[in-house]
Design a protein around this ligand. Sequence first.
Ligand code: USQ
Length: 384
Amino acid sequence: MKILVLGGDGYLGWPTAMYFSRLGHDVMAVDNFVKRRIEIEEGIEPLEPLLTLHRRIALWEATTGHKIRLAVGDLLNHRMVYDLLEHFTPDAIIHYAEQPSAPYSMESRDKAVFTQHNNVIGTLNLLFAMKRHCPEAHLIKLGTMGEYGTPNIDIEEGYITITHNGRVDTLPFPKQPGSFYHLSKVHDSANILFACRTWGLRATDLNQGVVYGIETDETKLKPGLHTAFHYDAVFGTVLNRFCVQAVAGAPLTVYGSGGQTRGFLNIRDTIQCVDLATQNPADIGECRVYNQLTEVFSVLELTKLVEVAGKKLGIEVRIDHIANPRVEKEEHYYNPKHTKLIDLGLKPHLLSDVLVEQMIGHIQTVRDQINLSTFKPTIKWREK
Ligand code: USQ
């Protein structure tokens, strides 16, 4: 297949590009490096320094003999997107190319506008370019479980069948996102559904939970092929942060009571799910939605798991309940359905299998690179 990986420089995009390339697909990675610009702006960097995408692609080819094509470009530039789709004519488009940080989107008006403009208009340009040049290509779009928020009912996979005043319909599941970033994904989902219904495009919207993990089969092949692993308060997700904090001997930063409960998955399972979606394309005119998570934990449950794992490596883990910088429910019901990807064949990697050696153990080997000053969250959802 011809597979376009949008956001090919990122935490998930780079391992995805290598994975499909190794399977023998014709892969083109696209990126505008905006995340690297935000890193500089915010004074943060991945735990281990990252080679440029150009050098990683060259290293990949030298190591495996497989090629990855590279296009440097911005989805906001619609001419670039049209050209790309006209000339590459992808069978599948895997779309990670969005500003992924909820805190960043809540930092200021400018950053909220940037996030929504970048994410929503970039995706809209892509939909128009697909309509023009490859209407039968399958769009695999990374959405987020955060689109649903934390309703007091079970979360269905994308759609819910409702009986109202004696009539029945199946409708998009209600959305209650918790940041301008999560809202950008809600807007994307609405635009994608509309484009499928109206133009007959086909898409799979993957509502992904919080991703953790450092390595995949491909990143391990050679030093230098690793992916961008963040633990700062802007790009670092909660479990990745806790593992680094534990190794640094700093207290784990629990926001508020720690009863916040989310769906989680290993980075290897992101790739497995994207692969399953690619192998099982939506029908023409269909917008499929899968909830992409494998396990559910509260923040406090994560601290306990990190504490037990740390002990095995001689680390004593401390916990600090700090004032919650976000506006979110700290105690709530949470029961998201997530059977559709399992039905397609997903075999989850469990947190307990990787926490000790592949996460905390690995971080110990690069302990001296940890920047302690990026643990504390500085962006607040609402000034008190
Ligand atoms: N949290 C802490 N301490 C920390 C960091 C986070 O208690 O040091 C809490 C947060 O308050 C929140 C939960 O952990 O309740 C998850 O926070 P997170 O930063 O790991 O995840 P979030 O901001 O929701 O965003 C991340 C990714 C985003 C993706 C989303 C999936 O950055 O791209 O869409 O996870 S989900 O959370 O399911 O919406």
